[in-house]
Design a protein around this ligand. Structure first.
Ligand code: ADP
Ligand code: MG
Length: 715
């Protein structure tokens, strides 16, 4: 058997016994694992002295600073709990601007001086730590100010214990800030934006006659798409290892044309993997709900139940981390890149988002009373206004180098931000705008003989998968995010822009009420005004079509196709004004994020270009030459001419790419990003094009890389 066939046979072989942990009786409490590795409120109640627990809860509810005696008591209980779970070390777990999480482990144990050691963990160590922060990207914040940064405990996201075959680690979710108080992470702005939205929504609820809720919480449920491939192929692919995507590879004869993968039965090894990853996540308190095959071969999806934004964003990072680490135990690699395989659907992340009160009400749920309808219409109108006003920024939060392969490529929403309301809801807004609908007058509404909005189908058939921002019954689903992205920035923007719209609508509503208009009439009027002004952003048709591209241009909607086009939206005067007004991000903080994102784009593209040139020269060119010498050696001149022509072209293209790669540029500079996009990327694509031609004619035993047909189908 030739080498490639051998490789496929061993990739396909899998022994369930090596990783099996068996089947348990799930009616027995000891077999229920949800949250067992979390220092949850329930564990806290059990382990903390009563008064300490009460004081902690009060502090959390009011969002006050923790005093040190309280922190000492919590730290001591947390340490004992963690030690019992085998954790020898703890870490402040945080989210710097890298887009990933960061951790530095410290042992609980200190030598006693007499040859022994005792476990120690003070309130001070719980509350604050100082990692060596100088190597995290800060977009210039630290270099001009203080060099140091510190992490601070976020008691609103519970601590957890991460298990390893050889021990365990206590992870304490923390915020990361400079000594000058500037946010160096994604958590602080998210928390600020949640507060801002809560304050605005509570004010508006009060105007709407609802004074009971004390707090409004934003919620997220993030559906995650990913690929699994056998690790053998992965390690034979420098492009996958270094850049997360294949820079070479011809499309297989079979893709997803047959639609036989979506919701298909899950292969045993993959299911076993999912079960372990989900079990680990469950222990960590991440409520995983759904799993299924996705559209592309080798592609899957996992979805949790929604949680408060801050916790959901932390949990999303855990999901990505556990999915990746569990895969290796199954001889698999989990790919979270947005576009690992050219010509095959890429992976996204759907950000389901809503606002709910501390009393359990969902502000985006149409409700079944006239008053519930008014609240819904008010908040839904606010979201419509916000998305129209800040569409560019929302688009920018979904931008990264991988996303440029997906958005607008007929597998993910277009780069144009529009909203899908569903035909029922859209016609309600249309009617209100036309002065036909009065949600408060019994029987009059849309002539439906009902005093309330007609029930909107939650899981209706006409859900529009092509829309980037869709209403799905009681929440909006922002579908433009990429599979590797963190939820922080998107939701910071979403919350802040919605807070602004809520405040604006609230002021206008108050003015109407003061002028003597009655509440229902005032909300209806306001809804009509908002819809009239912003309905250009509402679109229910096919977002993948050329007609929509044309129509959107006519409507004046933004259409930023690439990351270098989209990112500047973060730092427009309008965006900066919004963030500053709500003190979610200062001008320097938002500019820092912009700089880091531009730099990441350029750095990643640069790495891809160098990987591409090096693989082309050291793996693919030699294969072409070997093929050439093989056909020449038997005197097959016609075939030799074919190969020689390709090899020659290929070599020239490599030289061109190498020359471009040698051009230096400032990574955080937008012009350099555009140079990479306009010159380097096309040169890479051109190298690839010829490589893929060679792949079709070079003998299989000479071809140095696993084919798409192998990576995607053998599992
Ligand atoms: P569908 O996409 O079919 O409507 P679900 O309604 O079950 O499916 O929800 C999909 C995702 O939306 C899940 O992750 C779920 O947790 C999340 N979700 C549901 N309700 C909310 C909400 N109020 N806020 C945020 N996310 C939500
Ligand atoms: Mg989905």
């Amino acid at each position: 058997m030739t080498h490639p066939r051998q490789r496929n046979v061993s990739a396909a072989r899998w022994n369930a016994d090596e990783v099996a942990f068996g089947i348990d009786d799930l009616t027995r409490p000891q077999n229920q694992v949800f949250g067992v590795d979390v220092f949850s409120p329930a564990v806290q109640r059990q382990r903390l002295p009563k008064d300490v627990y009460k004081r902690l809860q009060r502090t959390l509810e009011r969002g006050e600073a923790l005093d040190v005696t309280l922190a000492d008591a919590v730290a001591s209980a947390m340490r004992d709990w963690a030690l019992e779970k085998g954790a020898s070390h703890y870490t402040h777990w945080f989210q710097p601007l890298t887009g990933h999480t960061a951790e530095k482990h410290d042992s609980f144990f200190n030598p006693t001086g007499d040859g022994g050691a005792i476990a120690d963990f003070s309130g001070k160590e719980l509350i604050q730590a100082e990692p060596d922060a100088s190597s995290f990207p800060s977009g210039g914040i630290r270099s001009t100010f203080e060099a140091r940064g510190y992490t601070a405990w976020d008691p609103t996201s519970p601590a957890f214990v991460l298990e390893n075959p050889n021990g365990a680690l206590l992870c304490i979710p923390t915020a990361f800030t400079s000594w000058t108080g500037e946010a160096l992470d994604t958590k602080i702005p998210l928390l600020r934006s949640m507060d801002v939205l809560s304050r605005s929504a509570i004010r508006a609820l009060s105007t709407l006659g609802d004074d009971d809720p004390q707090r409004v919480l934003t919620t997220i449920g993030a559906e995650q798409e990913y690929f699994l491939i056998d690790e053998q192929y992965y390690y034979e692919r420098p492009d996958l290892q270094i850049t997360g995507r294949t820079l070479f590879g011809t499309k297989p004869p079979k893709g997803h044309e047959l639609d036989d993968h979506y919701f298909g039965s899950i292969p045993e090894r993959v299911l076993a993997y999912m079960m372990e990853a989900e079990r680990t996540l469950e222990k960590l308190g991440v409520p995983i709900k759904t799993r299924h095959n996705e559209v592309a071969p080798g592609q899957y999806e996992l979805a949790p139940l929604f949680e408060t934004s801050n916790v959901a964003a932390d949990h999303q990072h855990l999901v990505m981390q556990i999915m990746a680490s569990t895969a290796t135990r199954y001889g698999l690699v989990c790919l979270l890149h947005e576009k690992p395989f050219s010509g095959v659907n890429g992976s996204g992340k759907h950000n389901n988002w809503s606002m709910g009160t501390d009393l359990g009400g969902n502000l985006l749920d149409p409700g079944d009373t006239p008053h519930g309808n008014l609240i819904f219409l008010f908040f839904c109108s606010a979201v419509i206004q916000a998305v129209d006003e800040h569409a560019g920024m929302l688009r920018a939060t979904a931008a990264n180098v991988g996303q440029d392969w997906r958005l607008g490529a007929n597998e993910a929403p277009p780069a144009i931000i529009s909203m899908f309301l569903g035909s029922e809801l859209e016609s309600i807004f249309e009617a209100i705008e036309a002065g036909e609908g009065d949600p408060s007058a019994p029987g009059s509404f849309l002539g439906m003989g009902t005093p309330v909005l007609p029930p909107l189908p939650r899981h209706g058939g006409d859900r529009n998968r092509t829309s980037p921002f869709a209403f799905t019954g009681n929440k909006f689903e922002f579908r433009a995010l990429g599979s590797s992205q963190s939820l922080g920035l998107t939701n910071t923007v979403l919350n802040t822009m919605t807070a602004e719209a809520i405040d604006d609508l609230n002021e206008r509503l108050e003015a109407k009420l003061e002028a003597g208009t009655e509440l229902a009439a005032a909300v209806t009027e306001l809804t009509a005004e908002v819809y009239k002004a912003h309905k250009r952003v509402v679109f229910g048709g096919d977002g993948y079509s050329q007609e929509w591209q044309d129509e959107a241009a006519k409507r004046g909607l933004l259409n930023h196709r690439t990351t270098p086009d989209a990112l500047p939206e973060l730092v427009t005067e309008k965006s900066i004004k919004l963030f500053e007004r709500y003190e979610v991000l200062s001008e320097r903080e938002i500019e820092a994020r912009y700089d880091v994102l531009v730099e990441q784009y350029s750095a990643k593209l640069n790495i891809e270009a160098e990987t591409c040139a090096s693989m082309a020269r050291t793996l693919i060119l030699p294969a072409g030459i070997a093929q050439l010498s093989r056909v020449e050696s038997v005197g097959l001149e016609k075939q030799a001419a074919e190969v020689r022509a390709l090899v020659d072209t290929f070599y020239d293209k490599i030289l061109h790419l190498e020359k471009l790669n040698a051009t230096e540029g400032e990574l955080a500079d937008l012009e350099h990003a555009k140079f990479l996009r306009d010159e380097v990327l096309p040169a890479m694509e051109s190298v690839r094009e010829t490589a893929d031609e060679l792949e079709k004619i070079v003998a299989d035993d000479l071809w140095p890389l696993p084919h798409y047909s192998e990576m995607l189908f053998i599992k």
